[in-house]
Design a protein around this ligand. Structure first.
Ligand SMILES: NC(=O)c1ccc[n+]([C@@H]2O[C@H](COP(=O)([O-])OP(=O)(O)OC[C@H]3O[C@@H](n4cnc5c(N)ncnc54)[C@H](O)[C@@H]3O)[C@@H](O)[C@H]2O)c1
Ligand SMILES: [Zn+2]
Length: 407
């Protein structure tokens, strides 16, 4: 038996933030990040809509990018004090993910972070509060997914919390919120969305319900991401829907080792002064993983189908030629979006540079542990080809040096 779960309600289109006016409840806690939502007026709007709905509102702000376990615990404490019956998370993946984890801890104060990380092991929520997610970036689609990514900075590792219990009750996909994104954020979150759709389509858990969502998302992202990056606001609006469709697909079809590798490399070099931003990591690793996965016949065929829908190779080309076309196309997208091809060239500001912020000797020294951790990541199980530790090390090396994957 398989399960397909999405939020019960999804409001979309310009101005859909107003849906908050129709919510029924007594107290709403708004969870938000470091200031962009306040600066652009969306936080004030959300607050006034909820007040118009007759609710008492409290704001938990300052949730940092790549939120920590500590932030989750602080937010849960604030919820336990305020006792909201609605949690409304507004912003990018970071504040929404943090709020999802706070929600678990609010409903079950004895639940530890370790307990939360047991895949599909979250007890029944909604005894205290319902959850609404309003996304302001066009990438993670956490507004419709069963996932939350929290970083344990003592280990330098991102942990995915995965359970349909944390799929929000309501998603608001209002493109006005995404229009204020700076270019770099458009690029990174957009390639995150592309990776979600491609990984979901070739995942071993793909099905008839997830395939059309993934394929349509890929077609839209192919058409609109670079345009959105270059300032086309109609394309920006469409990207907000495209990333959400990709999220609906991967929340139910799961992901693969591009994400396993991104989760385990993102924060592990933080002591060298930077992060490898999630979307940028995915963008760099995706072409390498496609080459690796294409050794699996089923995956290769499915990449071929993706290429047929994208229309980037002759329909009569062989599947090998189609895989090559897909890799070349994605690399060209990285070029157009100013994303490097490998960790070695990944600058501390995320832009391509001759010598990136991760020193070669440090990478080699940490390689084995990263490989072991990546294999243990919750996203590895649904990858079409299961790598050994040795293969994962080789793959990560290709992602460091931008060398060809021939194994
Ligand atoms: N839950 C999931 O299913 C899932 C999937 C993929 C990634 N993630 C996680 O989500 C996090 C990344 O989320 P993200 O990429 O959305 O970025 P983010 O939430 O970390 O935000 C990045 C920065 O952009 C700013 N920002 C957000 N929206 C803006 C807007 N509209 N205008 C101007 N500035 C804006 C924020 O203030 C912040 O400084 C990572 O921790 C990643 O691991 C989660
Ligand atoms: Zn992602």
């Amino acid at each position: 038996m398989a399960r397909f779960t999405l939020p019960r309600d999804l409001y979309h289109g310009k101005g859909s933030l107003e849906a908050l006016k129709s919510f029924k409840g007594k107290k709403a806690m708004i969870c938000v990040g470091g200031g962009s939502m306040k600066r652009f007026g969306f936080l004030d709007k959300a607050e006034s809509y909820l007040k118009e709905a007759g609710m008492e509102v409290r704001i938990f702000d300052g949730i940092e990018p790549d939120p920590s376990v500590e932030t989750v615990m602080r937010g849960a404490q604030a919820m336990l004090e305020f006792e909201p019956d609605w949690i409304v998370a507004i912003g990018g993946g970071s504040p929404i993910d943090a709020a999802k984890a706070m929600w678990i801890k609010y409903e079950y104060p004895d639940c530890t972070f370790e307990d939360m990380c047991k895949v599909f092991g979250i007890p029944e929520l909604r005894k205290k509060a319902h959850f609404c997610a309003v996304s302001s970036t066009s990438g993670t689609a956490t507004e419709v997914t069963a996932f939350s990514i929290i970083t344990d900075y003592s280990k330098g590792i991102k942990y995915p919390i995965a359970d349909f219990e944390i799929t929000p009750d309501v998603a608001i996909v209002d493109p006005e919120l995404a229009e204020t994104m700076p270019k770099k954020l458009v690029a990174h979150t957009g390639m995150d969305a592309m990776t979600h759709a491609v990984e979901a389509y070739v995942s071993t858990a793909n099905c008839d319900y997830t395939d059309p969502l993934a394929i349509h998302a890929i077609e839209m992202i192919k058409d609109d991401l670079v345009k959105s990056y270059n300032g086309d606001m109609d394309a920006r609006d469409r990207m907000h829907n495209a990333q959400c469709l990709a999220g609906m697909a991967f929340s139910n079809a799961l992901l693969g080792i591009v994400h396993s590798m991104a989760h385990k490399t993102g924060a592990v070099f933080a002591d060298y002064g930077a992060h490898i931003i999630h979307g940028a990591a995915n963008a760099m690793y995706l072409p390498k993983v496609i080459a690796f996965n294409a050794k699996d016949e089923t995956a290769k065929k499915r990449y071929g189908v993706i290429v047929d829908y994208m229309g980037i190779a002759d329909k009569n080309a062989t599947d090998d030629e189609k895989v090559d076309a897909l890799i070349a196309y994605l690399r060209k997208m990285n070029d157009d979006l100013n994303i490097p091809h490998c960790i070695k060239n990944y600058g501390a500001d995320s832009y391509p540079t001759e010598q990136g912020f991760v020193p070669e000797d440090v990478f080699i020294e940490r390689l084995h542990d990263i490989a072991v951790n990546a294999i243990a990541d919750a996203c590895t199980g649904s990858n079409p080809r299961q790598p050994s530790v040795e293969e994962m090390e080789k793959l990560l090396k290709c992602c460091y040096y931008d060398t060809e994957v021939d194994f």
